[in-house]
Design a protein around this ligand. Structure first.
Ligand SMILES: Cc1cc2nc3c(=O)[nH]c(=O)nc-3n(C[C@H](O)[C@H](O)[C@H](O)COP(=O)(O)OP(=O)(O)OC[C@H]3O[C@@H](n4cnc5c(N)ncnc54)[C@H](O)[C@@H]3O)c2cc1C
Length: 298
């Protein structure tokens, strides 16, 4: 690893000033959250000197609030902290299970959902779950704050919509109501600690009669970035989510995938398993949605 400078501001204003002045002067800056991607990359593939701007001490990126209307999750909260929150696990089980898949217990003590999204890997596990849950990303910069849908945040392999003088504060998700369920499933060749060969997140909302009134399905590791497959969700809307409906949704996922072949699997294999994962994740999300219909108000 080459020499680097380090700053860990405790207030957003000075952090943004630093980002702006570096952007203007052309000095390289990189934001650091848990460092589980950044430090590995600095040791292996990207040794250029830079200023590391640690955002973990900013209150905005560590904020977690579960309100009556929406839920805000700070970008730099370590996934272990999120996974230990029983209210989050019951409200957004699919998003939490995606965070719980990141690395090992040690990695989860550092790794954040914000870092997972900003790293913009096609196989980032939390990204499909954020997309399926219609998460809005809150971004701060010198010109103020703006919101970008998680579905539009990543624009290519390792590339996000963030400008050089911006940072991600966190995500806002609508608080789920009765009849909601979500799920994330990935396939890896090992039992854990591997990168997804394919991943699918499903969210759905059932009405009182058990008919699906809304559904969003997102796929990961089968294109240059994680994708919202609108037509897959639409295949479930207005149905009682039978196996045949999930089969149609899975077929839409396969049709929207544009995978590569690599050492983890061929493109053809990925296209097949993305449909299987969609059916299975859909079944889990449906079970959770039914349980929520029958259970107490969440
Ligand atoms: C052993 C191991 C296993 C892993 N397993 C998995 C896995 O199973 N699934 C998976 O998806 N990933 C996995 N990862 C990758 C990594 O742990 C995750 O991507 C993690 O969520 C990154 O979070 P972080 O807080 O450590 O990010 P960092 O490494 O701090 O940052 C990652 C990127 O995001 C940028 N960034 C971070 N926060 C912000 C912000 N607030 N605003 C703007 N930019 C920001 C950084 O500049 C950097 O480009 C693994 C990594 C290791 C080392």
């Amino acid at each position: 690893m080459s020499a680097f400078e380090f700053a860990a501001p405790t207030r957003l204003g000075p952090a943004l000033d630093l980002l702006s002045s570096c952007a203007e002067s052309g000095r390289r800056t990189q934001i650091l959250a848990g460092g589980t991607d950044v430090i590995v990359q600095m040791r292996t593939s990207d040794r250029e000197p830079r200023l590391l701007l640690d955002v973990k001490r900013l209150p905005e990126t560590r904020q977690l609030s579960i309100g009556s209307e929406d839920i805000f999750v700070g970008a730099a909260i370590p996934s272990a902290e999120l996974n230990e929150n029983p209210r989050l696990a019951s409200l957004l089980p699919g998003l939490m299970e995606s965070a719980d898949l990141i690395g090992s217990t040690q990695i989860q003590g550092r790794a954040s959902i914000g870092g997972n999204l900003c790293n913009a890997s096609p196989a980032g596990d939390t990204i499909p779950a954020l997309i399926a849950n219609s998460a809005q990303c809150e971004i701060a910069g010198a010109r103020g704050t703006r919101q970008v849908a998680a579905a539009d945040f990543v624009v290519g392999v390792g590339k996000s919509c963030l400008k050089r003088d911006e940072l991600l504060l966190g995500f806002r998700v609508k608080r789920p109501s009765k009849g909601f369920g979500d799920a994330y499933l990935r396939f890896i060749p090992r039992t854990e600690m591997d990168i997804a060969v394919a991943g699918v997140a499903v969210s759905m909302e059932l009405d009182e009669a058990g008919v699906c009134r809304d559904s969003r399905i997102a796929i990961g590791a089968v294109a240059e970035r994680c994708l919202l497959v609108r037509r897959a969700g639409e295949r479930l809307i207005g149905t009682s989510v039978e196996d045949s409906d999930l089969g149609k949704a899975g077929a839409e996922c396969s049709a929207s995938a544009r995978p590569i072949s690599d050492k983890r699997g061929t493109a053809e294999y990925r296209r097949k398993i993305i449909a299987v994962l969609c059916r299975r994740a859909g079944r889990i999300a449906h079970g959770r949605a039914l349980a929520s219909l029958e259970g107490a108000e969440i």
